[in-house]
Design a protein around this ligand. Structure first.
Ligand SMILES: Nc1ncnc2c1ncn2[C@@H]1O[C@H](COP(=O)(O)OP(=O)(O)OP(=O)(O)O)[C@@H](O)[C@H]1O
Ligand SMILES: [Mg+2]
Length: 276
């Protein structure tokens, strides 16, 4: 879905997540009206392994999926954009200005938040503490301790069908709940670019539906969502664009109208598609 613009103000409509966060004492970051992220000639080598090779693509508001078989370089691309690994070559530009992320903190400050493929939970901390992990940075983004639980609860209600016990140690909860907690951790920062690496893998169908609704709404409000998934039916439902990776190379970027399961399979693995 593309961003809908308010006819009078020219402003992009706010998302439900945005309203929940700001309505419960969370900070609304001030960023430009529109967001665009461009990677150019991005390459990552691990010794002999070419994890990503000469990847160039522009991300715009909406849901942009990165699709590819195991080991095709999807997570590598997201890790570079998250500041956890640095590229061997290539550049990244945010709204036309070159950025060189060195740490995840740098990227948060620029408005990028990531849910990684590995569920990164602090097992002995409570659900609320996990959601606000790393949130307190500079003075301008503080939220009272007493306001945290209500905000966490309101946010989780947007993405979880069942209440999640806020003061439980997160490590004692089922993996599906942990995945929703790390998603809430990314969302509470109201990123203009949300990166999701298999972020719904541990959820069952009904759980995923609510998350997808929230993500679609978030993207429609003018944010970029970069989405990685193996499931073709999800990819077809959600994607405004799909970039297909094969062995670290971008094979093609498809627009919504050109996205069919058959085409995606063929681009991902031409040999397998012929035999199917
Ligand atoms: N830290 C690392 N050290 C060495 N090789 C790595 C490292 N991280 C990734 N690779 C290799 O780089 C290639 C791309 O890996 P990447 O994790 O980006 O793939 P992926 O598309 O996310 O796969 P999956 O679908 O299994 O998550 C693979 O061959 C992988 O083995
Ligand atoms: Mg991966």
């Amino acid at each position: 879905m593309l961003a809908t613009t308010h006819p009078q103000s020219g402003m992009v409509a706010t998302s439900r997540i945005h309203r929940v966060v700001t309505g419960n004492g969370g900070a609304a970051p001030s960023r430009g009206d529109t967001v665009e992220l461009t990677v150019s000639h991005l390459t990552k080598r691990y010794g002999e392994t070419l994890a990503l090779s000469d990847a160039s693509v522009t991300f715009k508001p909406g849901i942009h999926t990165i699709l590819g078989e195991n080991g095709s370089g999807k997570s590598t691309m997201l890790k570079i954009l998250s500041g956890v690994v640095s590229p061997s070559e290539g550049t990244i530009a945010l709204n036309g200005r070159a950025i060189s992320p060195r740490t995840p903190h740098d990227m948060h400050e620029l408005g990028l938040s990531t849910v990684f493929q590995e569920v990164l939970i602090a097992p002995h901390r409570t659900v609320v503490e996990n959601i606000f992990l790393g949130y307190d940075g500079p003075l301008r983004r503080r939220i009272e301790k007493s306001a945290r639980a209500p905000l966490a609860q309101a946010l989780l209600a947007e993405i979880s069908r069942f209440p999640i016990p806020l003061s439980a140690p997160a490590g004692e909860l089922p993996l599906a709940s942990q995945q929703l907690i790390v998603l809430a951790r990314a969302l509470v920062r109201l990123p203009s670019i949300l990166l999701l690496d298999e972020a719904t893998a541990a959820l069952d169908y009904a759980d995923r539906d609510l998350v997808f609704d929230a993500i679609e709404n978030y993207a429609a409000a003018g944010n970029i969502v970069i989405f990685i998934s193996h499931r073709l039916e999800e990819v077809r439902r959600l994607s405004d664009r799909v970039t297909v990776l094969r062995s670290g190379h971008i094979v093609e970027t498809l627009e919504r109208d050109g996205i069919t399961a058959e085409r995606l399979l063929k681009l991902m693995a031409p040999e397998a598609a012929i035999h199917a």
